[in-house]
Design a protein. Structure first.
Length: 142
């Protein structure tokens, strides 16, 4: 009896492992993992852009570095300057992602080619049949 329970548990574990293998081997999971890795690297690039270029340029106008803005309440130090820097980082990243998605959509969504007019060439028999049809419709109405 105990051996049967162990065999059933082993089968359940194998089934779960097989399902996990199937899930992890799907392309979407791998694409997501690659996206997260590239996103992390891109975040570092945007942070460097903000810290090393944008903040000093904005600091030129206010003559103060954003990261040094601190609100002191008793022993509490709220670094709202660092938060402003992070907001700028977010806006830059969101804008770049928007541009990338816009470019990809432009590439992937192709405009349909203009359709050429289809010219029907009717044979004499077809013309005669259409005339007969039209005459029958007239007679049916009268």
């Amino acid at each position: 009896m105990e051996k049967e329970n162990l065999k059933e548990k082993a089968k359940k574990h194998k089934k779960v492992l097989d399902e996990f293998k199937e899930f992890i081997s799907k392309g979407n999971v791998l694409d997501l993992a690659i996206g997260v890795i590239i996103g992390g690297a891109f975040q570092g690039l945007v942070k460097s852009l903000t810290d090393n270029l944008i903040s000093p340029i904005l600091g030129c106008f206010s003559e103060v570095d954003f990261s040094s803005f601190v609100l002191r309440i008793g022993k509490l130090n709220l670094r709202y300057g660092a938060f402003l820097t992070d907001v700028i980082n977010f806006i830059i990243m969101a804008f770049v992602v928007f541009l990338i998605i816009k470019a990809v959509n432009k590439i992937l969504v192709k405009k349909p080619a203009p359709q050429e007019e289809i010219v029907e060439i009717e044979s004499d028999e077809v013309k005669i049949l259409k005339e007969i049809r039209d005459e029958l419709k007239k007679n049916k109405k009268n």
